[in-house]
Design a protein around this ligand. Structure first.
Ligand SMILES: [Zn+2]
Length: 259
């Protein structure tokens, strides 16, 4: 087993130096933020506030996928140290907790919404927890949250064929368009899943292009670049309740806390 010391030294050095190199874009992935003990998918509100404070002190500024698209389209400048705060599943208490805390610290976020589950519960994860309804989504969008896609009913794209994926995305797009709710055609794959073998992987990306999907995000525990290698495999860094202090700084630098 690797000793902890070199990891700590590398982490510390990276935490101090790496964030200053240009072209880095940490895309952080959250699910639930609430005043509760943390678990795998919950970051306690107090820990989240500490993280926002650390980001602000380190000079990070939030960007949205709209900003990233403008940068790629016509070179619109990004802040010197951009960060993208993303939230999956649209839990009902997003606005009073995560969104409010972000606004207080000068940040904003992107919410990945499973369109067919809006106003219902997180049935794919045991159920019992309410999700935002369409009016909640309209309100948070008006207050500066960017809305984006997270499949229709939270199925894993790895287990679906291309026709099913196409139908799923078309239903998502129609759900937003029919209600005239602003959103970006950016997808977070549920469970980070998508076809991993060829030719399905390339065919899925062709389908995303046909549907004008701008970006798609997986889970990757790496720091993405402002000019990513593959816009349909953006790597996100999962943030959890243990990410405080130095551990959070190391994650911002390396995308992970283990070698
Ligand atoms: Zn999800």
């Amino acid at each position: 087993m690797l000793s902890l010391l070199p990891i700590l030294i590398l982490g510390l050095a990276s935490a101090m130096l790496l964030p200053w190199s240009r072209g880095r874009l940490p895309i952080l992935m959250y699910h639930k933020v609430r005043p509760a003990p943390g678990d795998g998918l919950t970051v306690p509100l107090e820990v989240f506030r500490e993280q926002l404070k650390q980001l602000a002190e380190a000079g990070y500024e939030s960007i949205s996928f709209a900003d990233l698209a403008a940068f790629h389209r016509d070179g619109t400048r990004l802040p010197r140290r951009p960060v993208l705060l993303s939230f999956d599943d649209a839990y009902a208490d997003f606005e009073p907790h995560a969104a409010t805390a972000m606004r207080e610290h000068g940040f904003h976020g992107t919410l990945f919404v499973p369109a067919g589950c809006v106003g219902k519960e997180n049935t794919w994860d045991g159920g019992g927890e309410p999700l935002m309804d369409w009016e909640d989504l309209r309100t948070t969008a008006e207050r500066g949250t960017e809305l984006a896609l997270h499949s229709f009913d939270h199925r894993n794209y790895r287990d679906m064929d291309l026709d099913e994926i196409r139908e799923d995305l078309e239903r998502c797009i129609a759900a937003f368009d029919d209600r005239s709710i602003p959103y970006r055609k950016v997808l977070a794959y549920p469970y980070g899943g998508f076809p991993r073998t060829e030719p399905d992987r390339s065919r899925m990306k062709q389908l995303l292009r046909e549907l004008d999907i701008e970006y798609a995000a997986r889970i990757g525990y790496r720091i993405e670049r402002t000019t990513p290698r593959d816009r349909y495999e953006l790597r996100r860094v999962g943030i959890d309740a243990a990410d405080r202090g130095l551990r959070f700084r190391v994650k911002l630098a390396l995308g992970r806390t283990r070698l």
